[in-house]
Structures are given as C-alpha cells and as structure tokens.
Write a protein that binds this ligand. Sequence first.
Ligand SMILES: [Zn+2]
Length: 355
Amino acid sequence: MRWSFPVGRLFDIPIRVHYTFLLLLAFIWYVESSVLGPEAGLHSVIFWALIFACVLFHELGHSLVAQSYGLKIASIILLPIGGVSQINEIPRDPIKEVAITIAGPVVNFLIAGVLLIIGKMLYPSLQFAEISLQSGSMIVDLFWANIMLGLFNIVPAYPMDGGRILRGLIAMRRDYLEATRLAADVGKLFAIGFIIIGFFYNWWLILIGIFVFSGASSEADATVITSALEKIQVRNLMITEFRTISPEEPLTAVVEKSLHVFQSDFPVVDGERFVGILTRSSVIESLHHRLHDKRVGELARTNFPSINPDSTAAEALAAMRTFKVTLAPVEENGRLEGIITMEKLLEASDVINEK
Ligand SMILES: [Zn+2]
C-alpha cells in the first residue's frame, strides 16, 4: 500500500505503518499537551501507541490462523482507523473464513483477560468495573480498550470482522455470492447507522461508517466479478491476435506503434517467447526523463504470471492482481498461446452478470 513504511517482520509477515498514523499520534500529542501539559501529552501518545500494538496483535490473530491453513500474508498495515491483514487469497471455505476472522477479536478478549489478571495481581485495589479509558490506570484503560475493540469488531458490519463471520455463517447454508450480497447489505445499513450516530456522538464513527460502506460495496462487487469469472475458462477469453514489441526495439518505435492502436500495455515477445510487459506508464515516465534511446528490454517488467489456458478466468484475475499487471501471457507447455488482459476479464464478467 502506498503511503506506508515498513517497521519490521513478525512471524515472517512484513508489518507496515501508514504515514497518517504518525500524523494521528502527533495530533494527539499536540492537543493533549497544549491542554493538559507535556506529561499528559506523552501519556496519551504511549496509550494510543499501546492500543495500536493491540490492533497489531488482533491482526496477527487473523494472519496466524490464515498461515496455519497455508495461506500467504502479503503484509499487515496499521492505519489510524485500525489494521488490515493483506491475505492473498481468502479461502472460499466458510469454516476457514470464520476461523480466520474470529481469531482477531478473540485476541483482544485474551489481552483483556491477561490485563485483568496481571492488574489484579500487581495492584489488588484496581477497579475494573467501570467502563473508562481515562481511569488514571493504564492497565484498566487498556483492558477496556481491548474489550471495546473486540466487541466493536464483532458488530456484523461487513467487511468488518463481524460481517465476515455473518457471511461465513450464511455461506454454510447458501450460495457464497448470495451470502456476500446479504452480508454487504447488512454492512451498508450498519454503515449508515454509524454515520448518523457519529454526527451526534463521535466523529470517528463517521469515518468508520464511510470506510464500511465503501468496503461493503467494493468487496461485494469483487465477489460478483470473481463468481462470474469462475464459470469461464481463459481459453475462451484469450486474445490470439495482438501487437507485440521485441526487446531490441527502441522506445521511439513503441511510441509510434502506441499512437495507432488502443492498447495500454504491450506484450514484449522475443521470437516465440513472452519475455515481459511494457506498461504505458513506464513509457511515459521514460519519455519524461528523456530516455528515448532506451530499449524495450531494459524497461519491460519481467515479473508476471503465466496463465494456463485451462485455468478459470477467476484464477487469472487473482494471479494478475497479485502481480499487479494488466496483461499476462497464456502459455501451455511453454508455448505462447495468446494473452489475457484485465480489460477482457472485467468485460467478460459484465456480460456474464447481465445474462
Ligand atoms: Zn479483525
């Protein structure tokens, strides 16, 4: 994700922090220290940093269960509104999905339990009964913060954890696509509720409401697209007649070719072999830096997936998204049969869904 920087790895998962998160901490420090003095400012910053450590543990809960199913975790990103585990392929198995999802909130409840035990052991007089984030005791505050995190996340507002659990539970009895649509609709209702309540009580809820609403819409759309594409093979969608460029050609030749065809990215083919992808953006960037003399081979992207013609279009889409490419070679036994483009895949899903 752009605007984030790496802070290290845990269990072989890269951990990243979004820059706006630092802005949030700076903002908290500024507000608290100007009102209550520098000591209170520092206290608040530490408190919020610890809360986000708990958010990180929550995400690790999801990620470790996912890893135990053999899934790959691209990264965990901490944002001001929470964390995101980027799991490459969330399984279509409702039981696994529910297990992965429920692990996050469970971690928060576990942390709360540990804090309660440690707090009672170290300071027998500590009071945990009253809900508070400003009790004067960091342990009590963090206890309640984790209870709230756990509870808030199981609100069935898809794509929040509770919504995913709901989707999984519906999917155990019904079609996956239908379950997603239902969960997304419930999610949107909650989102609208968050936004309305947010106006009166807490601006944070408005932000979360907007995030939930757009997330519910885009994830439901993505599921609709993938479900449609599962029914069709790449063989039936691949393009067999296309313009190619050779790695030896100079950039200027490409510019000339691209003026005549409406093709955003070019397959780079050396004889019979697909060797790379020259993206329009890299052409523009190179021209901008006056690298007219560069050869195509030097500028082409060489990490791309090779798609089998018998794969489903959904598998092709997933592979292309993982590699972040808009086109890929379709190859069988090392032979280039054609190419498949993102545009073609999305077009096909539209056609299937309209039927
Ligand atoms: Zn979660």
